[in-house]
Design a protein around this ligand. Structure first.
Ligand SMILES: Cc1cc2nc3c(=O)[nH]c(=O)nc-3n(C[C@H](O)[C@H](O)[C@H](O)COP(=O)(O)O)c2cc1C
Length: 344
């Protein structure tokens, strides 16, 4: 295999992303609290919001008072220390999407991204997400309309096609480029695959060959070694990481360390537990800035953050049995006392 130099930065138009590693948008996961943890752990060049309904944004904006308009509804809430940050939209109506993109621009986001990857039935049924991969003229219309509505960098994220018989990687890339987008991200699975099988990195390499705008590769990067393999295998300009970040938020910093030194540290038990504690405290302080119940989020993140933790299964169980947020905090304090402080 030809030796490929690992890019140190990625550029979406005027937006410089350094390092060239991106946090994937994840509905129910990448809210402002989680994103700020990722930002402060360092090593992540760009963070993205959860995908957000263009209809929801427009309806919310139309009904809000002028003052409230400057305070985005939860999915678009972000804090100044999250920059650079891109908001991701979904929908199928070009004019509504363009209006939503204007709201995103007015809110000060560094870029806007269009979702052509979501496989969820509810979204696909309304022709959104990966449903649009079956209608490339509609994709073109959407991209043109959004592009002419805003000045901020505009990108899109897609899957390889609806199914194995309808791969549209190169076509999607060329449409995006011809419509004036500043970059594309590809998750190397079809819609039909869901999360089964593997992300096909050959498709990412194919996209890179098909376009001149930057290509971000995505799918199945679970370690710094995987990240380097993806850069080398595909020649991509950036790598996007989703699920691995939710179970190992240190992955971005580990990648940076690996690229600089050839090795990387694993978080200690104390750091792991401290992260969970801090996350829960911030979640409670900032519960008004996110969607969903704090208790539900605490249980969800107990599943992610206790992976690989000593006695993690026990902690996970006790968090899941908790009936209140106070009880969850007690579980973590007990765990800290019994398994972390004692071991120090
Ligand atoms: C819980 C969850 C929510 C997701 N939500 C979104 C989303 O809102 N927008 C999007 O483009 N992709 C979404 N994805 C897909 C990821 O961005 C990413 O493409 C996929 O997980 C593959 O990358 P990975 O192997 O690094 O996880 C989601 C994935 C997960 C697991």
């Amino acid at each position: 295999m030809q030796e490929v130099e690992i890019p140190r930065q990625l550029q979406f138009g005027s937006l410089r992303i350094q390092p060239a590693v991106v946090l994937a948008p994840m509905a129910g996961v990448t809210d402002t609290v989680f994103r700020r943890f990722i930002r402060h752990l360092s090593g992540c060049g760009l963070i993205m919001t959860e995908f957000t309904s263009s209809h929801g944004i427009v309806a919310n904006h139309a009904s809000a008072s002028p003052k409230a308009r400057r305070t985005p509804f939860n999915y678009l809430y972000y804090e100044p220390d999250e920059h650079p940050i891109v908001a991701q939209l979904f929908g199928a109506d070009p004019n509504v999407l363009a209006d939503a993109a204007r709201v995103v621009e007015d809110l000060g986001f560094d870029g806007v991204d269009m979702n052509f990857g979501c496989p969820v039935k509810k979204v696909v049924k309304c022709n959104g997400g990966s449903g649009l991969l079956r209608d490339l003229p509609a994709v073109e219309q959407i991209l043109k309309t959004i592009r002419s509505a805003v000045k901020i960098p505009f990108t899109c994220k897609f899957r390889t096609g609806w199914d194995d018989r309808s791969i549209v990687v190169a076509q999607m890339g060329r449409i995006a480029e011809d419509c004036g987008l500043q970059g594309v991200s590809l998750h190397g699975r079809t819609r039909q695959q869901g999360y089964a099988g593997k992300s096909n990195w050959d498709r990412i390499a194919e996209l890179k060959q098909a376009v001149r705008i930057p290509v971000v590769g995505n799918g199945d990067v679970f370690s710094p070694e995987d990240c380097v393999r993806m850069f080398r295998h595909t020649g991509c300009d950036g790598v996007m990481i989703g699920r691995a970040a939710s179970s190992n938020p240190w992955i971005f910093q580990q990648i940076q360390q690996y690229l600089e030194t050839g090795s990387y540290d694993q978080p200690s038990e104390r750091q792991r537990c401290q992260l969970l504690r801090d996350y829960y405290r911030t979640l409670l302080e900032d519960s008004g800035k996110i969607s969903g119940s704090p208790l539900g989020k605490m249980k969800q993140f107990a599943t992610y953050f206790t992976r690989g933790m000593a006695n993690g299964a026990q902690l996970r169980k006790s968090v899941h049995r908790s009936a209140s947020t106070e009880q969850v905090l007690d579980c973590v304090e007990t765990h800290f006392r019994e398994h972390v402080a004692m071991a120090a």
